[in-house]
Design a protein around this ligand. Structure first.
Ligand code: NAD
Length: 483
């Protein structure tokens, strides 16, 4: 596949803002450093133009029948499925993940489109009558121009989680993908336009977060913003957005616990730990980032995990049979290795698999073998900080109370999983774990039909499910009294 160069003219054709004088931002393949394409470095004046176009498009889009809007999403889903192979290849080339994971993510995007198309006929307001006040109607109205800022790790799926509820409810949207993985999002926006999304209803802006992202947060005409990224960036976005009183959804970092109880199916738990940690090269918000295992089964469990990790094939995501691709950038890899080095050098963990000091100067991308660390103490950097890469720290516990306490002892609250066959343990842990989602005997599954989001500093607001529509709607109460 040749590199894709989005010139400013193509950019305008795609109904995405851009100017001739924009600088061009290169997008590189993390596996080999080759150029995958270029995108314009949009400026705040491009944002103003995109918001203007979005405001102009809003009245007719919002007046369209909601079921009609759903039909456009449904058409787009079919087109995305038809082009799945091509889109998956593009995603792997810019992001690094194995082709099978990219294909799943593209299919997941289509599923989100289909889900919101399917609920498009079921949105209802409220009605009541009293002799004193007459007829009360609560109508639910779109907000206007909404914004979305997304990260590089699951760019396609997260784009779906944001655009579908916003567009189906009649809003228009301006979306900023991550600078290092914007190309598949742009290709998908092109498909949506071909499927029938009118001009101005969806605009994509590319450029540094500090420029375009902050300008979006501060823009007075963007009435709601859904942001996914790191906690520190989320704080910055909230601060910039505060004077405009816009609604915010913040989907931030996580440090999910996995608790493996003594009665767990050890084989299933070991497989769950390996896929839950090393999927997407460990770069997933809800990855297994802290593993707590009952001391009684710890030795056998660790040896099964080690066996499964050793069988994994690390390589270029485009190669057949690759289980884990490179890390997305060298700077993310270096940050991760610093966390590992600080843990090991302070005696708070021992590497039993994976290289302690990989070659950081390799020209062949940011590859890293999976790292398994045992004898980890709960205050180690790989436990207290979000570890966004292929590192699995294992902590032994002796009492379930301690496992729950350690799992909750964190600023994060995105997800957690418990592996057990015991109903009492299931009931207790699902009640006591302070995270937005608790999985039992599975990890990482995020269906579009149910709410997803974090507790504590992992953010607020929920994406997915019917309730995600609430973020993009406001109530208007109408009281009618017959004279
Ligand atoms: P990031 O915060 O660096 O960037 C996210 C987005 O924000 C990018 O588009 C970036 O360009 C933009 N940005 C950067 N600085 C900005 C600023 N000052 N103002 C506005 N926007 C700005 O995060 P990342 O490295 O792209 O993604 C990884 C992080 O995202 C991890 O912490 C991960 O856990 C989290 N994440 C959370 C979820 C979730 O649903 N909770 C899902 C995926 C990823």
């Amino acid at each position: 596949m040749d590199p894709i160069f989005y010139s400013p003219y193509q950019w305008v054709d795609m109904r995405v803002s851009g100017r001739e004088d924009n600088t061009l931002i290169p997008v590189f393949n993390p596996a080999d450093g080759t150029l995958v394409g270029t995108v314009p470095g949009n400026t705040p004046s491009d944002l103003n133009e995109a918001v203007e176009a979005s405001l102009t498009a809003f009245p007719s889009w919002s007046r369209r029948d909601m079921v009609d809007r759903g039909k456009v999403l449904f058409t787009a889903a079919r087109m995305v499925r038809d082009q799945q192979d091509h889109l998956a290849t593009l995603l792997t080339r810019e992001q690094g993940k194995p082709l099978k994971e990219s294909a799943n993510e593209i299919a997941g995007f289509a599923r989100v489109l289909e889900y919101y198309a399917s609920v498009s006929g079921s949105l209802r307001g409220e009605y009541s009558y009293s002799r004193l006040y007459g007829h009360s109607i609560v109508s639910r109205r779109p907000l206007g121009v909404c914004g979305a800022i997304i990260p590089w790790n699951m760019p396609v799926l997260i784009m779906g989680w944001k655009i579908c509820p916003a567009l189906v409810t009649g809003n228009t949207m301006v979306l900023k993908p991550a600078t290092t993985a914007p190309l598949t999002c742009i290709a998908l926006a092109g498909i949506l336009v071909t499927a029938g999304i009118p001009e101005g209803v969806l605009s994509i802006l590319t450029g540094p977060g500090e420029v375009i992202g902050e300008a979006m947060a501060a823009h007075p005409d963007i009435r709601a913003l859904s942001f996914t990224g790191e906690i520190s960036t989320g704080i910055r976005v909230s601060t910039r957005a505060a004077p405009t009183m816009k609604r915010l959804i913040l989907e931030l970092g996580g440090s999910d616990a996995m608790i493996v109880c003594r009665d767990a199916d050890i084989g299933a738990a070991a497989s769950g730990a390996v896929s839950g940690r090393f999927f997407n090269c460990g770069q997933t918000c809800t990855a297994v980032k802290r593993l707590f295992v009952d001391d009684i089964i710890a030795d056998e469990f660790i040896s099964r995990v080690k066996e499964r990790i050793s069988a994994m094939k690390v390589g270029n995501g485009l190669a057949l049979g690759t289980d884990m691709g490179p890390m997305h950038t060298a700077s993310h890899r270096d940050r991760l290795l610093d966390q590992v080095e600080r843990t090991v050098s302070s005696g708070r963990g021992r590497i039993i698999l994976g290289e302690a000091v990989p070659d950081r100067t390799s020209p062949d991308g940011s590859f890293l073998n999976p790292i398994l660390i045992t004898d980890v103490s709960p205050d180690a950097p790989v436990v207290t900080e979000e570890v966004f890469g292929p590192v699995l720290p294992v902590i032994r516990y002796y009492k379930l109370d301690d496992a729950i306490q350690m799992a909750n002892h964190t600023r994060y609250g995105l997800g957690a999983s418990v592996w057990t066959e015991d109903l009492k343990t299931i009931t207790r842990t699902s009640e006591e774990l302070t995270s937005g989602i608790v999985w039992i005997n599975q990890h990482l599954k995020i269906p579009p039909e149910v709410p997803f989001g974090g507790m504590k500093e992992s953010g607020h607001g929920r994406e997915n499910g019917i309730r995600a529509l609430d973020h993009y709607l406001e109530d208007k109460t109408i009281l009618i009294r017959s004279t």
